[in-house]
Ligand binder design. Structure first.
Ligand SMILES: Nc1ncnc2c1ncn2[C@@H]1O[C@H](COP(=O)(O)OP(=O)(O)O)[C@@H](O)[C@H]1O
Ligand SMILES: O=C(CO)[C@@H](O)[C@H](O)COP(=O)(O)O
Length: 468
């Protein structure tokens, strides 16, 4: 038996899977938390990987030399700015850090949306790496002067695992200085908005090798694959086909599909990212998703299982209570300074159950907004694949189809980002991309009229509060 290892270094935690390279069966799993916040010392990602690696019992997985490959997928966009000695010059700013919102707006105004689409097929928002570099140059010039190299979270872990830096198309496409159509860096944009051109990691082919895994990790035969951004990793883990739509409810909420042709959206709502197979991954992302449920549960003083029961006990439409879930600012719509709002309150509907239900509906409505934008760009939305930690909520699973207005399939609960990284590792090690079975756990159909009433109420509230 040959094994591969997949890593998902996401916002809140690092997850490691050991997987049978032929069948895709899970051999073992481990995880370790990351600290909360929108910036982090990259050394803490390394520490969490080491803990999750041991938690998965990797050194003992079927004997050290059974592991033929390792792959890393990670949260996108994080700015890992390193000096000549590859030491971070400051904590990495993450995708959900909004301090670079002003810098992003200035870049949008300076070039104009159409020019950004031509240059890198994305329109800058605070999340993107180039926006963070522009912020750094303006607000921390001494730190900016010390920057010798800029990499992404998964590239940093590639370096820890192999001793060299490399990246892939999918993650590079989230920087705003890489063009996933020409597959070239746009270093002119770095010169213009960061004031210098730092060393950038080479962009490997989808089945490329980043090197061999260093001996300290205990897998002497393992090659390291190119890695990927986390959403491209999830697409690989699902074996996503063109025309299939994913709704992922994790720390971020994302709606994405894979396509042989790129989308072009000058509004910036649909990011023209690359996937991890050589195609494209049009994607919309929300800052607020699963953590809205956790925050609401905390406010109600209950754990997630109790929160879920409350949300299932309420009326389907939360008796008119409507939550705009923009608790940490928001990216889709691009409202970095927004806050959450609970609307439609009355003495009759103010109950813990309705607040829990309104939180579930708020998360689903923000994703339904993204699905509608994706559809407006000609992407057919016939069915949805629902993944991510938030999809474990039964209240959310049962309501999703009615709020989205389309059938929802829930694949077996797996860490699809880490699974995709493992599948890529098998591809790099053997030269073949293995076909692993996708199992659907449950499917749901839209039911009743309440879903469209809830959508109407939410859209009216969003427009009244933010004019979008
Ligand atoms: N049963 C559940 N109900 C609601 N939320 C859940 C449940 N299980 C996990 N979550 C939430 O899912 C999130 C983690 O999902 P995950 O997809 O692993 O996130 P990440 O984007 O960091 O990979 C956490 O915010 C957690 O609170
Ligand atoms: O910004 C995006 C995609 O553009 C997010 O999807 C991040 O990649 C964070 O991922 P998770 O921590 O939620 O997995």
């Amino acid at each position: 038996m040959r094994a591969v290892i997949g890593v998902d270094s996401s916002t809140q935690s690092c997850k490691v899977l050991a997987v049978d390279a032929e069948s895709g069966g899970i051999l073992s799993a481990g995880s370790a938390p990351h600290p909360d916040g929108t910036s982090i010392d990259p050394a803490l990602w390394t520490a969490a990987l080491e803990k999750a690696w041991l938690d998965a019992g990797i050194p003992a997985v079927a004997g050290n030399d059974a592991v033929i490959g390792v792959g890393v997928a990670a949260q996108q966009h994080g700015m890992v700015a390193l000096d000549q000695a590859n030491v971070p010059v400051l904590d990495a700013l993450l995708w959900n850090d909004t301090r670079s919102a002003e810098a992003a707006a200035a870049m949008r105004d300076e070039l104009g949306p159409e020019a950004w689409i031509e240059a890198s097929n994305v329109v800058p928002v605070a999340s993107f790496t180039l926006s963070k570099l522009a912020w750094l140059a303006r607000h921390e010039p001494a730190a900016a002067d010390a920057v010798a190299r800029v990499v992404l979270p998964h590239d940093w872990l590639n370096f820890q695992l192999s001793g060299s830096f490399s990246t892939d198309r999918s993650d590079a496409s989230g920087t705003a200085y890489f063009n996933a159509v020409t597959n070239e860096y746009r270093t002119d944009l770095l010169q213009r908005f960061f004031g210098r051109i730092p060393e950038l990691p080479p962009v490997l082919e989808p089945s490329g090798r980043a090197g061999f895994v260093l001996e300290k990790w205990g897998t002497p035969r393992a090659v390291l694959s190119a890695g990927a951004g986390d959403n491209a990793g999830a697409a690989l883990g699902l074996g996503l086909k063109p025309g299939e739509i994913v709704v992922s409810i994790g720390t971020s909420g994302t709606v994405f599909t894979t396509s042989e042709t790129p989308t072009h959206d000058p509004s910036g709502a649909v990011a023209g990212f690359a996937d991890a197979t050589g195609n494209h991954l049009p994607l919309l992302a929300m800052i607020n998703s699963a953590r809205v449920l956790a925050a609401s549960a905390g406010m109600l003083g209950v754990d997630l299982p109790a929160f879920d029961r409350l949300a299932q006990d309420a009326e389907p439409d939360a008796s008119g209570l409507t939550l705009l879930p923009y608790l940490d600012g928001e990216r889709t719509p691009n409202l970095p300074g927004a806050h959450g709002s609970l609307l439609g309150m009355s003495r009759a509907n103010m109950s813990a159950a309705n607040v829990a239900r309104a939180s579930v509906l708020g998360v689903l409505n923000s994703l339904a907004d993204a699905l509608e934008i994706m559809e407006s760009h000609g992407v057919r939305v016939d069915r949805v694949l629902l993944i991510g930690g938030g999809s474990k909520s039964r209240a959310l699973r049962q309501a999703a189809a009615s709020v989205f207005g389309v059938p929802v399939d829930v694949p077996a609960a797996r860490e699809y980002v880490a699974l995709g990284a493992a599948r890529q590792a098998a591809w790099a090690a053997t030269g073949e991309l293995p076909e692993w079975e996708r199992r659907i756990d449950e499917s749901f159909e839209p039911s009743g009229e309440w879903g469209s009433e809830v959508r109407g109420r939410y859209v009216a509230a969003r427009k009244a509060m933010y004019g979008v």
